[in-house]
Design a binder for this molecule. Structure first.
Ligand SMILES: [Zn+2]
Length: 342
């Protein structure tokens, strides 16, 4: 019998909730801003990470503004390749074996010759970066719920063209309080017909009502966050019974004011109920917290034992779109981690 604590960096995991721009290293943001002459506010330069809150529209607007600024430093093909290379390196260093990165190509279309050209670039860069870092990288194309649902359909059609060629899912992001979830149903149906996974954000800034809409009208099998299902026992039972994976991002939840403190994130409660959880970092660039930190939070704040941490990592792998043989290898290595002495 051994007691904690094994090295969490060696625990094989899948990382299912990471945004493209939000994955950027802070040092890279500052460097690229200087190269391209983008003026960064103090909160993105010297007083990083910024203080954020999304408790109200104003708070979300501030978050979004910083996000847009960060996106604006990505100007060239080399910048995109660098971002993915570093994201892959950072994930690999933290024991992530499989990364699903979310991107909304329409945010980059103007500078990179349209959404198709940009998606080609991202997929090629992701393949190269993954090979070099020794991890698998897949892409989730995400629509923006503050834009018109017809834009989402365009992106869904784009995503279907790359199904089986690096794009594995379709998502929906931005301020959950804006837009009508049901109106994105047609876009998700297009993605579903091509065999893409449905992974919209839901149950973060809104509660169970929007989680229900994501399940009923978008066919979600994975939920970005989804933590607020904890407020509705009946819905939680459904999530568990239907094997819906919750991409839980504790540091993000606290940074954006969804919960006041890390101990308030209902991680333990969701796990005890039998929910499949995949811990994720969301936007390390804005929250100052990467994937490994989320596992460290589970250990330090929520008292997860090594056996329970391995179960969390197992959930992340099982909730991923990694091919069966790859998954099998990860799970064997995971058992190895647990059987090694601490
Ligand atoms: Zn997110």
């Amino acid at each position: 019998m051994t007691v904690a604590s094994r090295d969490l960096r060696l625990l094989p995991k899948a990382h299912l909730h990471l945004h493209f721009t939000g994955s950027m290293r802070h040092g890279t943001l500052v460097e690229l801003a200087d190269v391209h002459g983008v003026r960064l506010p103090d909160s993105l330069r010297d007083h990083w990470p910024p203080e954020l809150s999304a408790a109200d529209e104003k708070g979300w607007f501030r978050f979004q503004r910083l996000y847009d600024l960060a996106r604006s430093v990505l100007r060239t093909e080399a910048d995109v390749r660098r971002l993915l290379h570093e994201a892959a390196e950072d994930d690999a260093a933290e024991g992530s074996r499989w990364l699903e990165i979310q991107v909304d190509p329409s945010g980059y279309a103007n500078l990179f010759g349209g959404i198709t050209a940009f998606t080609d670039l991202v997929l090629d860069a992701a393949r190269t970066a993954g090979d070099r870092a020794g991890i698998g990288i897949a892409v989730v194309v995400a629509a923006n719920r503050t834009r018109h649902p017809l834009d989402a359909r365009t992106l869904a059609r784009l995503a279907t063209q790359y199904a089986g060629q690096g794009v594995v899912g379709f998502g929906l992001s931005n301020d959950e309080r804006r837009g009508v979830t049901e109106e994105f149903g047609p876009a998700f149906r297009i993605a579903h017909r091509a065999g893409l996974l449905a992974a919209p954000h839901g149950g973060e800034l809104r509660g169970p009502d929007n989680i229900r809409a994501c399940l009923d009208t978008l066919g979600a099998t994975r939920l970005g966050h989804g933590v607020r299902v904890a407020e509705d026992p009946t819905l939680l039972r459904r999530i568990v019974d239907d094997d819906v994976t919750l991409e839980v991002c504790p540091a993000s939840n606290v940074a954006l004011g969804v919960y006041r403190a890390l101990e308030d994130v209902p991680l333990r409660m969701l796990v005890d109920a039998g929910a499949r959880i995949a811990l994720g970092a969301d936007d390390p660039l804005l929250f100052g917290s990467r994937l490994l930190d989320q596992y460290q939070i589970a250990r330090d704040v929520h008292g997860f034992s090594d056996t329970e941490l391995a179960a969390l990592a197992r959930s992340s792998i099982e909730g991923s779109t990694a091919p069966a043989d790859v998954r099998k290898q990860f799970l064997e290595d995971l058992d190895g981690w647990l059987s090694d002495s601490a």
